[in-house]
Design a protein around this ligand. Structure first.
Ligand code: FAD
Ligand code: NAI
Length: 477
């Protein structure tokens, strides 16, 4: 006889594990099926984000930032240190410990909330049944009143640069280098290319990034993207725009293996040699083999499971969330969808506000934004006012020697309602969240201008940008 649950979740990443915990909190008998496993064939929870995404990449970004600060920035504070060195295996080991701590933490949360974690590959059959095939090949069928599909995504491969997990790697391999490559190539100047390119550049690699498009960070507000391009150029990230990689050739043996990248740009055809090459050209949803042919769930031509704004699929009682469905591939977007689905199953009317998804690129300085860019508003024909404030005249940023970048706030010209905020600068990720909260409550730029901000803080740059919308920033000439 098959096991019966109120809810079966397929996938234990941020969308799936959060949905499972919330379902259990709401009193539902919940199981979460996860294919990732350890040596004991126990499910490893946390998905891409905790295992090979957000968390390990930030651990390496933080370690490499400390190294680069000690090497380049301490002296300006009058701090003298001896020879600075980096022990890459120790840095990687620290990252792996944090990953383990967090993935085991999710396991603990499952136990505390009585979510059953089941190891195996889940496939949705007709009639809200989930077939689970475990690592040893055995299968069983689970029955549920509701199924939540949260299988996530995987890196896209490109034929000219096949990943061999040795010299040519994807983001997962780039988190495991055991020494600093002298020359590192990166295909794709997106979020992963910039973040992981920064990690290895800070540690001393000469990094070249090949971006097929002519525009740099087209989704970012163009003023901020221009500033960012200047800052990255100084950090010795050689970003080649309009560069199309046509082939790669691996040569040499063992530690001496190299890869030659052939690419074409507006100046013609070129070759460049690297010790490692990271392919970071986007991710695709993991919907292949997830659905039986007669499951009734629709998939679009790019492989995304088709859902409405409430994450319902075409089959009543089958839901999908996270990277598997439309929208940005971000952990926090998936988590909020997981909560919404659980609460909707419980009869609540929860709704994700897709207009206010915050975005962050964790370079140094960070780039963060929420709401509309100036170019989007122009396209939509919306009239707006802009206020900007540079960190170069923010007292706290100067005190910290972190004065690159700016805060840009955009407000509706008629109502003064804040429509977007774009920041490049120290702690941009946390600063933009203040504006996201204000926007969630439909604040105007004047509301932000009338709010008292502690002095001296980086947040004062947000305050001044809000005042600048009305043309009366205090600390700007
Ligand atoms: P996933 O995290 O991919 O989880 C899906 C889970 O389902 C996986 O554990 C998988 O093993 C399992 N699974 C798949 N198919 C099946 C099946 N058939 N049966 C059973 N289990 C299955 N996002 C941010 O918001 N901030 C960041 O800083 C950030 N940094 C990133 C850095 C890197 C290098 C990468 C690669 C991604 C990063 N992301 C970041 C994106 C983030 O990791 C994803 O958006 C997030 O993990 C998506 O969550 P998810 O639950 O939808 O999918
Ligand atoms: P991306 O979509 O951010 O960037 C991919 C880049 O590669 C684009 O600029 C694209 O034009 C370029 N590209 C595509 N094909 C190419 C080719 N053949 N040659 C050269 N360039 C090519 O994807 P990325 O960086 O792989 O990240 C995947 C996703 O993971 C992101 O979209 C994001 O959702 C998530 N992520 C989020 C992070 C964060 O929130 N800080 C950090 C890392 C990843």
């Amino acid at each position: 006889m098959s096991k019966k649950y109120d809810v079966v979740v397929v996938g234990g990443g941020p969308a799936g594990y959060v949905a499972a915990i919330r379902c259990a909190q709401l009193g539902m008998k919940t199981a979460c099926v996860e294919k990732w496993h350890d040596d004991k064939k126990e499910p490893v929870l946390g998905g891409t984000c905790l295992n090979v995404g957000c968390i390990p990449s930030k651990a390496l970004l933080d370690s490499s930032h400390k190294y680069s600060e000690a090497k380049k920035d301490f002296e300006v504070h009058g701090i003298k240190v001896g020879k600075i060195d980096i022990d890459v295996p120790a840095m990687i080991e620290r990252k792996s410990k944090i990953v383990k701590q967090l993935t085991q933490g999710v396991r603990g949360l499952f136990m505390a909330n009585k979510v059953e974690a089941i190891q195996g590959f889940g496939k949705l059959l007709k009639g809200k049944q989930v077939e689970v095939t475990s690592a040893d090949g055995k299968s069983e069928v689970l029955e549920a009143d509701h199924v939540i599909l949260a299988a996530g995504s995987e890196p896209i491969d490109i034929p000219p640069a096949p990943v061999d997990d040795e010299v040519i790697v994807n983001s997962t391999g780039a988190l495991e280098f055991q020494d600093v490559p002298k020359r590192l190539g990166v295909i794709g100047a997106g979020v992963i290319g910039l973040e992981l390119g920064s990690v290895w550049a800070r540690l001393g690699a000469e990094v070249t990034v090949f971006e097929a498009m002519d525009a740099f960070l087209p989704a970012v507000d163009s003023q901020v993207a221009k500033e960012a391009a200047k800052v990255f150029a100084k950090q010795e990230l050689d970003i080649k725009l309009g560069a199309k990689v046509s082939a790669t050739k691996v040569s040499g043996k063992g530690k001496n293996k190299k890869v030659t990248v052939s690419y074409t740009d507006s100046d013609g055809d070129h070759n460049a040699e690297f010790d490692k090459l990271i392919v970071a050209v986007g991710r695709r949803p993991l919907s292949a083999n997830l659905l039986a042919e007669d499951s009734g769930v629709e998939v679009d031509k790019r492989g995304f499971v088709v859902v409405n704004d409430q994450c319902q699929t075409a089959v009543d009682g089958v839901w999908a969330a996270g990277d598997l469905v439309r929208g940005p591939m971000l952990a926090h977007k998936g988590m909020e969808e997981g909560v919404m689905v659980a609460e909707r199953i419980a009869g609540k009317k929860t709704q994700v506000n897709y207009d206010l998804v915050p975005f962050v690129i964790y370079t140094h300085p960070e780039i963060a934004w929420v709401g509309k860019t100036e170019q989007q508003l122009k396209e939509e024909g919306v009239e707006y006012n802009v206020g900007t404030f540079p960190f170069s005249i923010n007292g706290r940023a100067m005190a910290a020697n972190e004065s690159a970048g700016l805060v840009k706030l955009i407000a509706d010209a008629k109502s003064d309602r804040v429509l977007g905020c774009h920041i490049m600068g120290p702690s941009a990720a946390d600063l933009v969240q203040q504006v996201a909260i204000a926007m969630e409550f439909s604040a105007s730029a004047e509301d932000l201008g009338l709010t008292m901000f502690s002095h001296p803080t980086l947040s004062e740059a947000v305050h001044e940008a809000a005042l600048a919308v009305g043309g009366h920033a205090i600390h700007a000439a």
